[in-house]
Design a protein around this ligand. Structure first.
Ligand code: GLA
Length: 759
């Protein structure tokens, strides 16, 4: 039972009457506030207050304030979202917008935080339902609320029917990122169908010069950053693919055009925690207001709720930064590592791994893998991963998926001898799996053809010769869990690379009643999450990577269950600069796997030096994916040196603050990133040149994030700096005067560190 010590407390301050509901945790928070105030420090806690007189909620966290009011129609109305407002300021009661005309009525121009479709709403709704009697009108009104520490819960109800919606807001004290979700409850006596459910709407301050940034991509070409002015009308970012997809990623950032750059200006941003079909609508309405609404995709959606049942939206995270898009990324990175990933905020650093995929493809066997493992260990690799090809009758991508037994020809004694050898070499062992898929040429499919997504009597479209298992089915869920659980029980496996190499087609679920079939969009994803959660509970030491033919399933939903993600199958170290730059707008370098592979690369047939390839991968979580059987002794020596250096700097790269000093976007010849440690005593800088032209030198590099008065010692890891560069200088010197790297030619790279000098 949960112990709740509650009492209610009102007091008068600044002429206002505050009515606070105090829980035990609120008292603790109050004590902390008093202590922090006494020490003269900035409080690092979130506060949520409700003014009973004006009916205004105010959420303050880090550098952000979010203010909501209940207006006279009992709608929950956004009053403010942006930079933190002084505690001395108060907000007047929410007042509905009068509307523009009979065509653009008040409910459309009033900035509702959560609007149901009804009463003549034309802007994007957060909720749309159909009742069995044909009624499709839903108008929500405020009923009650609770405040518990950093959480606000607001209960809404339809004007006449017993449909309730519970809105949740949770503020993160250290970043000011708000987590929002909505739960619709059917308390009527008949079933209803939810045709659209969003987590909520983010309303930006009124303005007509906003610019939207978003990420697009495709296989081997993920993480392209786009910018566009927000114009009247709607931009929809979405996936209808059953999973996240890389065509759009569920992330957005909005700034005011013209006034901002990488490190300056207001930025509002958000990311959806959902790995199924999703949509984020960015809409400028007829009153030039911008609203962002996000949740599961409403296309082909319909979730039947029986009486007494409820449906929960995914979490939608939103934040504000006054420090440009760079500041917005850093807040998101910090939030992901401190609140999202498994074991947050104490997740382990990513080990240096070796993966055999590009070296051997499906041709894995005990002797070949052992030979690679020995070579990997010799350069300092900490985790050895066997990729696709070890199971079932898997000789190519045409067969075997679904049959998760060790192939007896390739591994006649099972995986144990290889795993033992890997352990004896001082590494842990990882294995590739693709549990949600089945090849028609597999024992599993021959036995259970009804287990895949399909419509009765219709063709079943294949992708990479495989079909999708319907994870929403309880028997499929049980099979997938048991197969993986057995694998982990029988083998000493530290890591699973969880792959997913196609999107959905024919999303039918004939085993359930027709009116329940569309539940597959939600139930599949819930089962996916619950399988991983259950596996992690039973095998707490196991780490998991989310891979989807590259970066097609990266979002804040799957990141709650996986320790790292694979951004792209494109491992060309030059292409990767752009891919990694795009990735870091939304996601932390600490979860971004980056392998050093062979040159020339299979992608572009481009030749790059081993040093260049290493430095590119060292911007994230380093892995090696080259065929070590082809390496010369010089390559091993270079790799040993750079792997050892990476281990020295990985805390800074994986956990520090990232500054994109020169972005490779827009065809830039240059790219420079800097990572600064949390205590700002250390920094690592990577610089890359595409091609020198017309004798122009590499642009001067101005560092960021250092302490101006602290002395830092410069150390070159690779490449050359200008001979004028001092060995030691203040943070202010490195940031204001800057420094020059000597990069000339094609595909050149350099890296250096700065370390606070010790007396
Ligand atoms: C996907 C992954 C690759 C590799 C192959 C194996 O394409 O992204 O890294 O694991 O599958 O089939």
């Amino acid at each position: 039972m949960k112990l709740a010590i509650r009492n209610y407390f009102s007091f008068v301050t600044d002429g206002l009457r505050w009515n606070l509901q105090f829980t035990f945790s609120s008292w603790v928070v109050l004590m902390v506030l008093i202590l922090v105030a006494a020490a003269g420090a900035q409080p690092n806690i979130a506060s949520i207050r409700f003014d009973t007189q004006t009916q205004v909620f105010r959420i303050d966290a880090a550098d952000m304030s979010y203010v909501l009011g209940i207006n006279e129609r009992k709608e929950v109305q956004t009053l403010y979202w942006g930079r933190r407002i002084s505690a001395k300021d108060t907000f007047v009661a929410a007042r509905p917008d009068p509307g523009l005309s009979s065509f653009d009525s008040s409910i459309n121009t009033t900035r509702q935080d959560f609007a149901a479709w009804g009463g003549g709403l034309y802007v994007e709704p957060d909720l749309k339902v159909t009742f069995p009697d044909g009624n499709r009108d839903l108008v929500l009104q405020y009923m009650s609320h609770t405040i518990a520490g950093d959480r606000l819960t607001i209960l809404l109800k339809d004007v006449s029917r017993d449909v309730y919606v519970q809105l949740e807001y949770q503020a993160d004290a250290s970043t000011g990122i708000l987590k929002r979700s909505a739960q619709v409850q059917n308390r009527t006596s008949a079933p209803l169908v939810v045709e659209q459910i969003a987590s909520g709407t983010w309303n930006l301050p009124r303005g007509n010069d906003y610019r939207l940034r978003y990420l697009t991509g495709r296989w081997a070409g993920e993480w392209n950053l786009h910018e566009q002015l927000i114009q009247p009308g709607k931009t929809i970012l979405e996936s209808r693919r059953g999973s996240t997809g890389d065509q759009n990623n569920p992330w957005f950032a909005i700034d005011q055009n013209g006034s901002n750059d990488e490190e300056r200006g207001d930025v509002w941003f958000g990311a959806l925690g959902w790995s199924g079909s999703w949509q984020i609508s960015i809409e400028q309405d007829e009153a030039q207001q911008v609203r962002v609404t996000g949740g599961p995709n409403s296309f082909d959606f319909g979730y039947r709720l029986a009486p007494g049942e409820h449906l929960e939206s995914p979490d939608f995270y939103g934040g504000y930064s006054p420090d440009g898009i760079g500041g917005a990324s850093r807040l998101l990175h910090r939030f992901e590592l401190s609140s999202i990933v498994p074991h947050a905020p104490n997740a382990k650093l990513r080990p240096v791994l070796y993966n055999s995929w590009e070296a051997t493809e499906f041709k894995v066997d005990e002797a070949g893998q052992e030979a690679l493992a020995e070579k990997a260990a010799s350069i300092g690799v900490e985790r050895f991963v066997v990729d696709d090809g070890w199971f079932g009758q898997r000789a190519s991508d045409r067969a075997g998926l679904g049959d998760w037994y060790v192939n007896p020809v390739k591994f006649p004694h099972g995986l144990k001898p290889l795993i033992d050898r890997v352990h004896s070499l001082g590494m842990d062992f990882g294995l590739w799996v693709e549990p949600e898929m089945v090849n028609p040429d597999s024992d599993l499919y021959r036995k259970h053809p009804e287990w895949v997504l399909h419509f009765t009597g219709r063709p079943r479209s294949e992708g990479r010769n495989q079909l999708m298992l319907n994870l929403a089915r309880p028997d499929v869920r049980a099979y997938v869990f048991q197969a993986l659980d057995k694998l982990l029980d029988e083998n000493d496996i530290a890591f699973l690379k969880w792959d997913y190499n196609r999107n959905w087609s024919e999303p039918g679920w004939p085993a359930v009643a027709p009116e329940d079939q569309k539940k597959v969009y939600v139930d599949y994803i819930r089962n996916l999450y619950s399988i991983i959660a259950e596996l992690r509970t039973k095998h707490p030491g196991v780490e998991i990577e989310s891979c989807s033919g590259g970066g097609s399933r990266v979002d804040l939903g799957i990141m709650r269950y996986t320790d790292e993600v694979w951004p792209s199958d494109n491992t060309d170290a030059f292409d990767r600069l752009l891919i990694q730059d795009g990735f870091t707008y939304a996601y932390a370098p600490g979860v971004m796997m980056a392998w050093v592979t062979d040159s020339p690369t299979w992608v572009n047939q481009r030749s790059l030096s081993l040093e260049y390839r290493f430095l590119s991968s060292m911007q994230g979580s380093l892995g090696i994916g080259a065929n070590l059987n082809n390496w010369k002794s010089d390559d091993f020596a270079t790799a040993q040196k750079l792997v050892a250096q990476y281990k020295q700097i990985r805390q800074i790269v994986q956990r520090g603050s990232l500054y994109r000093l020169i972005s490779p976007q827009k065809g830039s010849e240059y790219s420079v990133t800097e990572s600064v440690s949390d205590d700002r005593d250390n920094a690592v800088v990577f610089a890359f040149l595409h091609s020198s032209q017309m004798l122009y030198p590499f642009p001067r590099i101005f560092l960021r994030g250092l302490k101006p008065e602290t002395m830092y010692r410069m150390k070159v890891l690779d490449g050359k700096l200008s001979p004028d560069t001092p060995a030691v200088a203040t943070g202010s010197f490195w940031m204001q005067h800057g420094l020059d790297v000597e990069l000339r030619g094609d595909f050149q790279a350099a890296a250096f560190t700065l370390e606070k000098t010790r007396p």
